[in-house]
Ligand binder design. Structure first.
Ligand SMILES: Nc1ncnc2c1ncn2[C@@H]1O[C@H](COP(=O)(O)OP(=O)(O)OP(=O)(O)O)[C@@H](O)[C@H]1O
Length: 231
């Protein structure tokens, strides 16, 4: 469904992503791992069109998205939760969620009821300001907002970062629910080898902007992979 071909991207003169080939198949959970600063967020932004590619192509369901704007990419069915969450603190939970509908291809105006099956806590908080929520609740809100438009692929950039360990389990449970349903594929940037091993169908390891290892989850904890992850 997602097919990155020989992607090269960066900022100004500096090249950050080099010759990246990556695939995500329907319903798959794919983990992107790598040390800080190797280019994981840059790769996510390149997929969404937030950074102009220097070369290469982004295919989604056989369509070439490479020259499309970020909102057209979102409308084609890709949800994106950036690192740091990016919710609107002054807007209510409901208003934040409704903004997610902007990315829907079918101009729907109502939030899908099933959204609250996955995020029951948000239903109780619809009228609270986003900024008054805890870090974990804001992360749930950011994921729910990305799912409101009914994407078939979700890009999640380090959703556990900066969240208390007790709440990490709640976010992990949400990703596990998505995996169980197999209706949405996820490309997940994740630092925890343990969680990645438990959830991923496939993994990629990025080092200095290049894919240096990839494979099935069973191979993920092998020393070859660990060597690229430890500082
Ligand atoms: N807006 C920017 N302008 C210039 N350089 C940037 C910008 N954003 C990131 N970089 C540089 O690009 C490189 C890759 O950064 P990126 O944030 O993609 O890495 P990362 O793997 O996501 O790291 P982390 O896990 O710390 O978020 C780094 O050297 C970083 O300094």
């Amino acid at each position: 469904m997602l097919d990155l071909q020989r992607l090269e991207a960066g900022y100004g003169e500096s090249m950050v992503i080099r010759n990246v080939n990556l695939r995500v198949n329907p319903g798959q959970i794919v983990c992107m791992m790598g040390r800080n600063g190797v280019g994981k967020s840059t790769l996510m932004k390149s997929i969404m069109g937030l950074i102009r590619l220097k070369s290469g192509s982004v295919f989604y369901n056989e369509c070439d998205l490479t020259s499309l704007s970020p909102d057209r990419r979102a409308k084609s069915g890709i949800g994106y939760v950036p690192q740091g969450r990016d919710i609107f603190p002054q807007l209510t939970v409901e208003e934040n969620l409704l903004l997610g509908l902007e990315a829907a291809a079918d101009r729907r105006k109502k939030l899908p009821e099933t959204l609250f099956d996955t995020f029951p806590a948000l239903r109780q908080m619809l009228h609270r300001k986003g900024g008054d929520l805890s870090g974990g609740q804001q992360q749930q809100l950011a994921i729910a907002r990305a799912l409101a438009s009914g994407p078939k692929l979700l890009l999640l950039d380090e959703p556990m970062e900066g969240i208390q360990p007790s709440i990490v389990m709640e976010i992990e449970a949400i990703i596990e629910t998505i995996k169980r349903n197999r209706e949405i594929a996820v490309l997940l940037v994740e630092q925890s080898l343990e969680f990645a091993t438990s959830i991923a169908d496939y993994y990629y390891v990025l080092d200095r902007g290049t894919i240096v290892a990839e494979g099935n989850a069973e191979q993920l904890s092998e020393d070859q992979v660990k060597k690229h992850l430890t500082v």
